[in-house]
Design a protein around this ligand. Sequence first.
Ligand code: UD1
Length: 420
Amino acid sequence: MDKLIIQGGAELRGEIWISGSKNAALPILFAALLTERRVKIANLPHLHDVTTTIELLGALGVTVSIDEKMHLAVETQTLTAVTAPYELVKTMRASILVLGPLLARYGEANVSFPGGCAIGSRPVDLHLKGLQAMGAEIEVDQGYIKARSAGRLKGAHILMDTVSVGATENLMMAAALAEGTTVIENAAREPEIVDLANCMNTWGAKVCGAGSNTLTIQGVEKMLGGDYKVMPDRIETGTYLAAAAATGGRVKVTKTDPSALEAVLLKLKEAGAVITQGDDWIELDMQGRRPTAVNLKTAPYPGFPTDMQAQLTAVNAVSQGCGRVTETIFENRLMQVQELNRMGANIAVEGNTAVVTGVDELKGAPVMASDLRASAALVIAGLVASGETVVDRIYHIDRGYECIEEKLQQLGAKIRRVPN
Ligand code: UD1
């Protein structure tokens, strides 16, 4: 397993570009299963989760090819199987997103129960209940979800009792080819949902209301094909800005979308950052100052994203003052705290809240990445700490950050990857 070795202390300075969004890319790749003609997808990030998704499509017999511009072409005519095997699904929870499209298009899908990040129990009941409301028969057998539909799925009125990004996406994809109209209430409003809806509409679906909490999907008999460019990654954007804030630096991120990041920018401003932005760029300047600690509570979009919680905890760890960070979306998502404390941070956990008292200095240490965003928090801490930090188990980071060490090196960080 590779490790990252970081010599802390350098203020981050410079400019980097942001990759395509992982969390938009994955559902968009699965949505290709809904289409009858070739689709082309641009701006896909080079990440393990994207590779796993492509492998999963390959295991179904789908033809996936990459052209000279690194655009991915997907053709479904060659599909031979409707089973997403355990070996692939266990490495990536988002594999559950294959369920809706497979069932809607082929009337049958078998998907192993998902694995992924170790951040709480993360059930899939909302995905299954929604599909049942559309007429699917679902049984669980030997660790597999087996879903069947006699004929097309039927449009339904679905009220979700919890806001779920994945369930909204799965049901939106299933409804696209259903007979009649589906209304999803209490839908997730995340920008990745809007990106998926825009993509599906480009390919011939009829999805209205994406970005609001009520989605209306008028089922169509067929979705054809077309080209689509994945949106920029708002969490990657926020992570580099948080790293810049923690180190007192000045960083400009380009090829991004500031409008998707309002809640995060608000907190970074509160922490003392001067932020300027254009249509597709953001610059953060700490003017050499140490950040001020901020309070925050995660919430579904447009609230503060749970995927930025660990990174802001790391910023708070080196700030002036005390900040309370409350996680409301996932249980067990404060796993970065123990490792940050091993670097000299002063963080106490009270239930689902991390009470972070900023310290003058963190000290480099060997630390272990436990999930994707917790790993990003450890990298941020390593960039600020005195001495050397070794971050182990960085396969978690490679699931969500494209070329992280190269991008940080471009900003002046002393960071390198070593194979174990
Ligand atoms: C997606 C993101 C992830 C992000 C999360 C919340 C992808 C690939 N991943 O994950 O990065 O952290 O949204 O913004 O896009 N829940 C249920 N039953 C269900 C489904 C979910 O109770 O059937 C609960 C979950 O346990 C959790 C909450 O709903 O407590 C939100 O989860 P959800 O929005 O579904 O997260 P994911 O789609 O898995």
